[in-house]
Design a protein around this ligand. Structure first.
Ligand SMILES: [Zn+2]
Length: 257
């Protein structure tokens, strides 16, 4: 079983460190900044064994070079000309054995074209999904299409409901404020907003979340549900019903929210 710890970086990033219980070996996901990682490793007498990368953005990759100066470790990540440091390029359904867990690779383009996620069927299952699925929201569609991003989110939505979802930013309260604008009558959402606000007031991360919670309250995973379709109608002023079109309307709405 892996212990997963957030290392806060920049303004609102989480760099996820995973460690097999009872060992000093660990891995790091998306080290945008090396310094907080090196500090954590030194403070806890840990040894870095591997780096996982989800996509090419600098706040996910900027610390790789510095970490490699200290630790000669494999760097797993997508086939991407934008990330020359990757030593083990990965594609859909590839597996990575790391610290006793087997991670399966999911290609989830949309935020960037090279975006991948890492899923392990542990107990509970866990997912490192970078900037694609967020607690209460999803990443901006910078490089792909709305249809592509919707397909990627649907792939994540089909994972086991108890999957622990480790996304890369603390954006939850802003995401939920938008979700409330989309589905103002949802009591599940109102309950979640109260719960997550209480966490943030105590400076507790709202991540990880679970697929179950996201299926209940995240509008971007619910584009085939009648309340989201109705909200998309209201926003666009025209009839949209295909889930990827509904997604496009909701995502564009969030871009200017
Ligand atoms: Zn990104």
């Amino acid at each position: 079983m892996l212990n997963v710890t957030p290392i806060p970086a920049f303004h609102d990033n989480y760099l996820w460190l995973f460690q097999a219980s009872g060992t000093r070996q660990c891995g790091i996901v998306d080290p945008g900044d090396a310094e907080p990682v090196l500090r954590y490793l030194a403070d806890n007498e840990l040894e870095l064994g591997m780096i996982f990368i989800t996509h090419h953005h600098g706040d996910h990759t900027g610390g790789i070079g510095r970490l490699l100066q200290e630790f000669d470790v494999p760097v797993y990540g997508p086939h991407s000309a934008n990330i020359p440091a990757i030593t083990h390029p990965l594609a859909e359904d590839d597996t990575v054995n790391a610290l006793g867990e087997t991670f399966r690779v999911l290609e989830i383009p949309g935020h960037t074209l090279d975006h991948i996620a890492y899923f392990a069927e542990g107990n509970p299952p866990l997912l490192f999904c970078g900037d694609t699925l967020f607690a209460g929201g999803c990443g901006r569609v910078f490089e792909g299409t709305h249809r592509m991003m919707h397909g990627s989110l649907q792939k994540l939505a089909a994972l086991p409901p108890d999957t622990m979802v480790y996304c890369a930013h603390e954006y939850t309260l802003a995401n939920l404020a938008f979700a409330h604008a989309v589905t103002p009558d949802s009591t599940l959402l109102a309950d979640r907003i109260a719960r997550e606000k209480a966490r943030r007031e105590q400076d507790i991360p709202t991540v990880p979340t679970t697929i179950r919670v996201e299926l209940e309250t995240n509008p971007f995973l619910r584009c085939a549900e009648s309340d989201i379709i109705a909200a998309a109608h209201g926003q666009s002023g025209s009839k949209v019903s295909a889930p990827d079109e509904v997604f496009g309307v909701i995502r564009s709405w969030k871009d200017s929210f």
